[in-house]
Write a protein that binds this ligand. Structure first.
Ligand code: NAD
Length: 355
């Protein structure tokens, strides 16, 4: 590994990976490429610069912006409109042009110059209808899976790669699934080698969480800054469940996969924190107020939005079997890390989290 570009490299995942790669591979030349459209991404620029990581302000939608990147050994595609709610009640143009056409520009760059690819797909490729029809029962603080019967690919461990892809999945999820398909075609047709991970919720410090994306950081920040939060959808009681993966755990998985790219190229993996790192919003509130020692108002909005799902936990059996990887960060550890970061950087973060 000699030269790497991270598109979306000023964002949460992109900048975290850039700094971790630099820390572990000091000889690696890393370029971060980003149009700085995400509020708060600009705060990462001095952190990147301090570690000798180059920054190029560019847009994945513009193929001519790629000329400034040159030949790379690896391209990690982290640029995106990452909200599953994007495009509802508004034009989907930015979402599609960035997430799909931007990816094609990345693939074209690699086809012309060589180099391998990492793609961060999403758990949101699985259909909303299927996820809403899972057999669930409410307990006091969360939705739980019943004893079944479950659709194919679903078990008490969560959602596996064998789950059906039939049915609408949100515009965001569609850009990601289309991206996976294009990558597999580039692998077949042009000999590209690419890692594809369908990631569930990723979290950690330096995530500029907002209502429609990045709820872990948002939850902690609003406790620190004393702003109210809202349980939205499914009755408005905060019973919906997701599993959470620390971005550093993702990094360690990528290291393993990239070291054996032939074995993993084009293969689809579900990647997430797994059942032990799952939480409902109501449980998260409890945990965050315990760690931050603060209580805030939580409003309730029972209306379920088009892309909301009540339950998603990643079944990580396949990726574990193929790589031996397991997440190391517990949920408590993740919340504590975010809390320490926000306390430390309070002054510059306050305007970002002011809703
Ligand atoms: N965070 C999660 O929970 C999660 C889960 C699954 C998959 N992912 C995927 O991981 C990747 C990174 O997500 P993230 O959480 O870091 O989001 P982020 O919003 O923090 O980072 C994305 C970065 O892309 C940049 N960007 C947006 N449009 C661009 C464009 N047209 N050209 C160049 N740069 C552009 C933004 O400025 C931002 O810095 C995305 O592909 C996302 O879909 C994230």
């Amino acid at each position: 590994m000699k030269r790497m570009v991270i598109t979306g490299g000023a964002g949460f995942v992109g900048s975290s990976l850039a700094l971790l790669f630099k820390q572990h591979f000091s000889n690696l030349e890393i370029l971060c490429f980003d149009n700085l459209s995400r509020r708060g991404s600009e705060l990462n620029l001095p952190r990147l610069k301090a570690q000798g990581i180059q920054f190029i302000q560019g847009d994945v939608r513009n193929s001519e912006d790629f000329e400034r990147i040159g030949k790379v050994d690896w391209l990690i595609e982290c640029s995106a409109e990452p909200s599953v709610h994007a495009g509802y009640g508004e034009s989907p143009r930015y979402l599609i042009n960035t997430n799909l056409n931007g990816l094609i520009n990345c693939l074209e760059h690699l086809r012309q110059h060589g180099g391998q690819c990492v793609f961060l797909s999403s758990s949101r490729v699985y259909p909303i209808g299927l996820l809403r029809s899972l057999p669930l029962q409410p307990s006091q603080h969360r939705f739980e899976l019943t004893d079944g019967p479950f659709p194919e690919g679903v078990s008490q461990l969560g959602i596996s790669e064998a789950c059906s892809l039939e049915g609408p999945r949100s515009l965001y999820g569609t850009t990601k699934l289309s991206g996976e398909l294009f990558i597999q075609e580039y692998c077949q047709t042009y000999g590209l080698q690419a890692i594809i991970n369908r990631c569930g919720v990723l979290a950690g410090p330096w995530q500029m969480g907002k209502v429609d994306q990045g709820f872990m950081a948002l939850w902690v920040a609003q406790h620190v800054f004393g702003h109210p939060l809202r349980y939205m959808g499914f009755g408005g009681e905060g019973l919906q469940v997701r599993d959470v993966l620390h971005v550093e755990d993702l990094f360690h998985l990528l290291r393993l996969q990239m070291a054996q790219v032939e074995a993993h190229s084009g293969v689809i993996y579900n990647v997430g924190g797994g059942h032990q790192n799952s939480t409902s919003l109501a449980e998260l509130t409890e945990r965050v107020s315990e760690i931050t020692q603060r209580k805030i108002q939580i409003h309730s909005d029972p209306t379920t939005r088009e892309a909301d799902i009540p339950y998603y936990v990643t079944d990580i059996t396949k990726v574990n079997q193929k790589t031996n990887w397991r997440p190391q960060y517990s949920l408590t550890h993740i919340v504590e890390g975010i809390f320490q970061w926000i306390e430390r950087e309070k002054n510059q973060l306050k305007p970002i989290f002011d809703l």
